[in-house]
Design a protein around this ligand. Sequence first.
Ligand code: SF4
Ligand code: SF4
Length: 136
Amino acid sequence: MEQPWFHEGLNFTCTRCGQCCTGQPGYVWVNDGEILNIAEFLDVSVEEVIHKYTRPLHGKRSLTEKLNYDCIFWEAEVGCQIYPARPTQCRTWPFWESNLRKPSDWEYTKSVCPGSGQGELIPVEEILSRMKQVKM
Ligand code: SF4
Ligand code: SF4
């Protein structure tokens, strides 16, 4: 099988700058299991998470945004308030298929995510594993 262009791995260490959690409208999809994880982490009911922190969209659920489009769980100076229980979409970034189809996609990702292209060398196996977990 042909090796992906990033077969030697890619560098990534999150700087916690928050750019991917703030600033622009977007979707952070959450399924039932992820909602349960958040509820357990916050020690509240599943219903509370659904009503306070998610919204229905296209037959699925996304995390709610604040009026300025920041993710409902983003707090300045603190960061992600549910970091250990953050959804798969957040855990797998920046190793989404849409960011890795070709080297220029990765170059663009580096331009919007300061953690991409620097820091820890993530092996190709780990990158492919994260890519499989979400279709973005
Ligand atoms: S944009 Fe990149 S470096 Fe900044 S918080 Fe998101 S993943 Fe981390
Ligand atoms: S859940 Fe956390 S990591 Fe994901 S977008 Fe919201 S603040 Fe960012």
